[in-house]
Design a protein around this ligand. Structure first.
Ligand code: PFF
Length: 450
């Protein structure tokens, strides 16, 4: 099995691929809008603490288990187990993970399709086809199904090329482009009138909200979603890293890129809302809260772009292009989870696995679009708010309790012979064993009780 497995060709390739998975709509859309409606700087602070203290250790658990097993999540979790019960739980955790990854992709593809539709619409406006362009920005079932399908097609084609020629090839090109585009947009928006008020809201913490259980569970869900944790994505990417890599370092880079992009996106979205207000666009709801979620991205921001004339069309094109890139580098990582399992455990060819699983997920997305009101929110809530932290909890249990400490150290020593004397080894093993599961369980329990 190992001989025919794909592999990242370099450290840069891995970091771009894993950061590509991590950086997505969650960073550029989810994080800023949640920060805006949850106390601004207070949310940012809680998010940063949770990302470094919980998400990074959980990411490391996945990377280390994955690299050790050089196999998909189901096989990997079974292989670190020592008895029949833990082997069984490992298998179940892996399978639940791949089902959750597929469901995340099913709603992610819908939202990403909207981004692509807005991007195409801006291109049409620039080319003088304004009347046709209007169809692309108006929500309709045919439009939504078409663009979701197109997005899934792009994801399927990239994944069918494999690890090096598909995932790595595209991530190496798209990620630097994403970062440069985001920086340009931030600089531009900050130069506009009204941006200062947004900066104030973003950077000044409203500490009265900092202990709210709903803020903390949102920040936890955000951090886990943002680093693509729990569902086996990082585990499978870890399984494609070379044994020579120093895992805590590369994992650290991935976390840093992910957090930096989220924080940077806050400097774009929140000030942009206040620029919109300055241009006469309503940014508060009737209850006085800031407009967030889809209304922000698909109503407030397009209205802002429209109020900026020709420049607005260009900015809109760049913005929705940025969103589309961020979405693709994440969606490919979601699809790789079930595909790797099908290839390795059921001896299916990559092509067959990709088209069959991609097709199935497209059907689920279509069903969600048909009964959007009932299904969309439900799938988002079940997968990201509950399943991801719980699966992340299981990953910590496997790394901290099930797997033998000696084997763990040996794995770390492959890329860093002096790992035993380092800070990571002094802290991470007991931290992942005790602190991470306890905090995740406490936050989770508090949110259910609230
Ligand atoms: N990390 C991605 C984002 O922030 O948009 C979302 C994601 C990717 C979640 C991959 C889960 C996953 F397996």
């Amino acid at each position: 099995m190992t001989a025919s497995r794909g592999k990242f060709s370099s450290r840069f390739g891995f970091i771009m691929a894993a950061a590509g998975s991590a950086v997505g709509l969650g960073n550029i859309w989810g994080f800023p809008t949640q920060a805006a409606s949850n106390g601004g700087g207070a949310f940012l602070l809680v998010y940063l603490v949770l990302a470094f203290c919980l998400a990074y250790p959980a990411l490391m658990a996945e990377l280390i288990i994955g690299r050790h097993a050089h196999a998909n999540a189901v096989e990997a979790l079974r292989s670190v187990s020592r008895g029949p019960i833990s082997r069984f739980s490992g298998g179940v955790t892996g399978i639940v993970g791949l089902i959750v990854a597929s469901f995340i992709l099913s709603f992610y593809a819908i939202v990403s399709g909207w981004m692509m539709a807005f991007c195409v619409s801006s291109i049409l406006v620039l080319s003088g086809f304004e009347t046709i362009a209007a169809w692309f920005v108006e929500s309709s079932l045919p439009r939504n199904v078409f663009f979701m399908g197109l997005f899934m097609l792009i994801t399927v084609v990239i994944i069918s090329q494999g690890v090096k020629n598909g995932i790595e090839y595209w991530s190496r090109r798209l990620m630097p482009l994403l970062i440069v585009t985001l920086l340009l947009l931030v600089v531009y928006v900050l130069s506009l009138e009204g941006a200062g008020q947004g900066l104030e809201l973003y950077l000044l913490p409203d500490f009265s909200r900092i202990t709210s259980p709903s803020l903390i569970i949102s920040a936890l869900g955000s951090a886990f979603f943002s680093l693509s944790l729990g569902v086996g994505t990082m585990l499978i990417y870890g399984s494609y890293i070379s044994d020579e890599e120093n895992l805590p370092i590369v994992g650290g880079y991935v976390t840093l890129v992910d957090i930096s992009v989220a924080v940077l996106a806050g400097f774009l979205i929140i000030p942009a809302m206040f620029v919109a207000q300055h241009n006469g666009i309503e940014i508060f709801t009737e209850t006085g809260a800031l407009i967030s979620e889809d209304t922000l991205i698909f109503t407030v921001l397009p209205a802002l772009f429209q109020s900026m004339g020709f420049t607005g069309v260009v900015v809109s094109l760049v913005f929705f292009f940025l969103m589309s890139i961020a979405a693709v580098t994440s969606s490919i990582s979601m699809l790789e989870v079930p595909v790797a399992y099908a290839i390795e455990n059921h001896q299916v060819s990559r092509n067959k696995a990709v088209w069959a699983i991609g097709g199935l997920i497209t059907c689920v997305s279509t069903a969600i679009l048909y009964d959007f009101e009932t299904l969309f929110g439900l799938v988002v809530e079940l997968t990201t708010r509950y399943s991801q932290p719980l699966l992340g909890f299981m990953m910590c249990i496997f790394a901290g309790w099930v797997w033998q400490r000696d084997n763990l150290l040996q794995e770390l020593q492959k890329g860093n012979p002096s790992a035993e004397a380092g800070l990571f080894w002094a802290i991470w093993p007991w931290y992942t064993r005790i602190v991470c599961p306890l905090i995740i369980a406490t936050i989770f329990y508090t949110s259910l009780a609230a």
